[in-house]
Design a protein around this ligand. Structure first.
Ligand SMILES: [Ca+2]
Ligand SMILES: [Ca+2]
Length: 163
C-alpha cells in the first residue's frame, strides 16, 4: 500500500502512513504518496517580519536569517495574521512604509490616551514602556524615531530610537 508523510494538527509529522489513516485524524493533512517528513511543511503559522505579517510559514522559514528565511519572529503553530499583532520596525512606522513621518504621527495621536487611559485596540505596539497607557513617555519614544516623510528609517539615522 502506498504511504507518505502526514502533518498532524499539532504540527508534528508522521512518516510512512497510509492516506486513509492520516486523514481520519482530526486536523491532519496527508502530504502525498512517497513524501517524507524531511521535506514536509508541517507546523505552519504566521510570521512577523520588520515589513509585514505573512502566513503559512514554518518556524525555520520565518526565523532563519535572510535569504534562507525571513529573519522574522514566528507566532506559533496555526497562528494567523488576524489574531496576531506584528509591530513594524521601528514601532513608530505605523503605516509600514519605511519612514516615520506625519502619517505615523497621526496614527500615534489616535492611540494617545494620556495618563491611565488603557491601550486602544491596534495600539499595542505604541505602548513602549508597557504601562497600559499611551502617554508622554511613549511620545518621547516615538519622537526619537522620527525621520520625516519618505526618509527610510535606519538605526544610524536615529541613534536614540529604540525600534
Ligand atoms: Ca511611515
Ligand atoms: Ca506607555
Amino acid at each position: 500500500m502506498a504511504t507518505g508523510s502526514c502533518c498532524l494538527a499539532d504540527g508534528t509529522c508522521v512518516e510512512d502512513i497510509a492516506q486513509s489513516a492520516c486523514t481520519q485524524m482530526t486536523g491532519a493533512e496527508y502530504n502525498g504518496n512517497g513524501t517524507t517528513c524531511a521535506t514536509a511543511r508541517c507546523a505552519l503559522g504566521a510570521c512577523c517580519t520588520s515589513q509585514d505579517c505573512v502566513i503559512d510559514k514554518t518556524e525555520a522559514e520565518c526565523e532563519d536569517a535572510p535569504p534562507a528565511g525571513l529573519g522574522g519572529v514566528f507566532q506559533g503553530i496555526n497562528s494567523t495574521c488576524e489574531n496576531r499583532l506584528c509591530c513594524p520596525e521601528p514601532f513608530a512606522d505605523a503605516d509600514w512604509d519605511g519612514d516615520v513621518d506625519q502619517n505615523d504621527f497621526g496614527a500615534f495621536q489616535v492611540c494617545y490616551t494620556g495618563m491611565g487611559g488603557g491601550v486602544p485596540a491596534g495600539c499595542e505596539c505604541t505602548d513602549r514602556d508597557g504601562n497600559s497607557t499611551i502617554d508622554g513617555v511613549d511620545f518621547a519614544a516615538f519622537e526619537s524615531c522620527f525621520t520625516g516623510a519618505n526618509v527610510q528609517w535606519t538605526q544610524s539615522l536615529t541613534p536614540s530610537c529604540n525600534p
